[in-house]
Design a protein around this ligand. Structure first.
Ligand code: 5RP
Length: 232
């Protein structure tokens, strides 16, 4: 073994590292905004170790709510908490300005709501999620089912190929009772303009570009450990 070689981590270990590192952004006595996904699950596990020091959490999905409650962390209704100091969530992609693609776990609508009520968005990822331009990951869009075919045509007109996300052969139904389109073939060079445009299409509930609610901080796990990037 070469003692000067950097440690190698599995992707799972990198998720654990960034999940634990995110604890530094949790203020004692606060209610924490909690995202969804395998990386956030590591954060929830870490949060449970300091659960006596926080009031609880606002959750972005039924899955995270279940995990939080199982670990003894109180979950508050987002309507009962006017503002959160921090929201901690993963991403499917993050660009050099902190704009993200999210929704791989189909929780994008509630994620955007909790992000919008938070002063700070701490994004926790492993370094495979860092991209120069958004669009390699299929873009999730939560839609009203009766609009799916029209929206698929609208994405085709901008060069994207959209399909309804399936689970067990039938359309996946989100926590909000809607469907997800996954759009491939897009290169999103102006995330803010793209999010504004697509959000206005009738039938779109939420587009998985997070530019208006971009990250304030990114904690990225790599062979070198956790790298912190603060965005302006
Ligand atoms: C769920 C999300 C997740 O944050 C995103 O899919 C990343 O998940 P993971 O940490 O499992 O890679 O947006 O809707």
């Amino acid at each position: 073994m070469n003692p000067s070689a950097p440690p190698t981590f599995t992707q799972d270990e990198l998720k654990t590292l960034v999940g634990q590192a995110a604890l530094a952004y949790v203020t004692p006595g606060s209610i924490v905004g909690v995202g969804t996904g395998s990386t956030v699950n590591k954060f929830i596990d870490a949060l449970a170790t300091i659960k006596d020091q926080i009031r609880g959490a606002v959750s972005s999905s039924e899955a995270s709510t279940q995990r939080l409650k199982a670990l003894g962390i109180e979950v508050f209704d987002s309507n009962s908490v006017p503002e959160l100091a921090v929201y901690i969530d993963g991403a499917d992609e993050i660009d050099p300005s902190g704009c993200m693609i999210k929704g791989g776990g189909a929780a994008l609508t509630r994620e955007k709501i909790v992000a919008a009520q938070s002063q700070k968005f701490v994004c926790i990822v492993d370094d495979t999620k860092l991209v120069p331009v958004l669009g390699r990951f299929p873009l999730p869009v939560e839609v009203i089912p009766m609009a799916s075919q029209r929206l698929i045509a609208q994405f085709a007109a901008m060069g994207g190929s959209a399909s309804v996300r399936l689970r067990d052969g039938v359309p996946l139904v989100t926590d909000n009772g809607q469907h997800i389109l996954d759009v491939i073939g897009l290169r999103i060079t102006d995330p803010l303009a793209f999010e504004t445009q697509v959000s206005q299409w009738p039938g779109v509930v939420t587009v998985g570009v997070f530019a208006h609610q971009r990250a304030t901080v990114c904690l990225a796990g790599s062979a070198q450990g956790v790298t912190t990037t603060n965005f302006q």
